[in-house]
Ligand binder design. Structure first.
Ligand code: I3S
Length: 132
């Protein structure tokens, strides 16, 4: 039985600036980490990292995508999320996201409160897709 149409409307779950780096690309470990601050949007079961962090300032929440190019798009279906083990990074508050296609990302924010709300939102996004 399919869900009613209103449940399929994509809603913005969360958006903000996070530090992130990709560490594995489809099973292949990348040689170097390149941390950068990026405008990040969680919407409709997809986490999108934009190329830069400035969009939020210039474009505002309403049209972030128009002024910036997505750099990484992570489908949360089949993904897993955990706190990164200490050997993955010396930074604090680091999350590790593994996508179903075998890519891995580290996501970080100096504020424990902020990273915790992202942890909750991404974990919930993954959970909601489990039975779909
Ligand atoms: O895993 P690594 O090599 O310790 O990661 C660090 C490097 O990516 C480093 O870049 P350079 O090798 O160009 O200096 C970054 O500046 C560091 O932030 C990385 O370590 P952390 O522990 O911050 O993820």
């Amino acid at each position: 039985q399919s869900s009613p149409p209103e449940e399929k409307i994509k809603t913005l779950d969360k958006a903000g600036v996070l530090h992130r780096t990709k560490t594995v690309d489809k099973g292949k470990r990348l040689r170097k980490k390149h941390w950068s601050a990026s405008w990040t949007v969680l919407e409709g079961g997809v986490l999108t990292f934009f190329k830069d962090s400035k969009t939020s300032v210039t474009g505002g929440l309403r049209q972030p995508a128009k002024l910036s190019t997505p750099e990484y798009t992570v489908e949360l279906k089949g993904a897993s999320l955990s706190w990164a083990p200490k050997d993955k990074s010396s930074k604090k508050n680091v999350l590790e996201l593994r996508s179903r296609d075998g890519s891995e990302y580290l996501i970080q924010h100096d504020s424990e409160a902020i990273i915790s709300t992202w942890h909750k939102a991404i974990a919930q996004g993954i959970q909601e897709l489990v039975r779909q």
